[in-house]
Design a protein around this ligand. Structure first.
Ligand code: SF4
Length: 251
């Protein structure tokens, strides 16, 4: 097994890049996946991002790769920082911002929010066009059980985004037998509304098994081995229920 990832100030360990990524943000995206994550989500389909790749790059090197795609960033496109946990690299992202703004290229951050809300993290959030925040569970016990983390951290980030009027998209992975009932969805809706989070969209994502082979390759235990993928019809049904529940709560 490779060494867990750590971060240096001036360079970042990059897992991979994805050009023409469409999912994480608006328009055509160029996604940068960092290694390193403070969580160990039971349903993680990217456990390979937990460990160092050895591909250390400076902000300028990453910027030079991104810049070539600028013509495709019309219609709201840009960069998406993902991972792993991109906000472990807030110093790097802030260096990137200084380079990107000269080219008028914006960025989104796709985050679990499981980081301390340091000045560096705040600056990375302040300069982002949009934050995509995982709402992994609706109570501290389940959050700890299925991710190993502290639910207060993403909540603090969500509240910070709300205070700042930041464009915020919430996301939750739905896994069979873990959080796939109407009651679960009602609890998610209650959690975000009782905590005053203001968001543009709340999307549910289906648990899938496409990353299972990575656990085998890395020789690490897959806590959800044997769990089936969530069916598309079930996801649609739960998304509809979430939307309706949120509408009622908004009054
Ligand atoms: S936060 Fe994302 S990368 Fe980290 S363990 Fe969870 S699902 Fe995997």
């Amino acid at each position: 097994m490779r060494e867990p990832s750590t971060t240096r100030c001036d360079m970042a360990d990059i897992h991979s890049f994805e050009s023409f990524a469409a999912l994480d943000g608006e328009g055509i995206r160029y996604a940068v996946f960092f290694t390193g994550c403070p969580l160990r989500c039971a349903y993680c389909h990217n456990p390979d991002t937990w460990f160092r790749s050895g591909n250390e790059m400076t902000a300028e090197e990453v910027f030079n790769k991104i810049r070539r795609f600028k013509p495709y960033f019309r219609n709201g496109g840009g960069v998406t920082f993902s991972g792993g946990e991109p906000l472990l690299n807030s110093v790097f992202i802030n260096e990137m911002f200084d380079l990107l703004k000269n080219e008028d290229i914006g960025y989104c951050i796709d985050t679990s929010g499981s980081v301390e809300l340091t000045d560096g993290v705040k600056r990375a959030v302040d300069n982002a066009d949009m934050i995509i925040l995982d709402i992994k569970f609706y109570d501290a016990g389940k959050y700890k059980l299925y991710t190993g983390g502290d639910i207060e951290k993403p909540l603090a980030l969500g509240r910070y985004c709300t205070e700042k009027g930041k464009r915020l998209v919430l996301r939750t992975v739905i896994a069979p037998g873990i959080n796939d009932t109407n009651e679960d969805v009602e609890k998610y809706a209650g959690y975000v509304s009782e905590n005053g989070l203001k968001f543009e969209k709340y999307e549910l994502l289906a648990f899938h098994t496409m990353g299972f082979f990575k656990y085998d390759n890395l020789k690490i235990r897959n806590p959800l081995a044997g769990t089936p993928a969530l069916e598309a019809e079930k996801l649609d049904e739960l998304q509809k229920h979430l939307n309706e529940t949120l509408k009622v709560k908004e009054g």
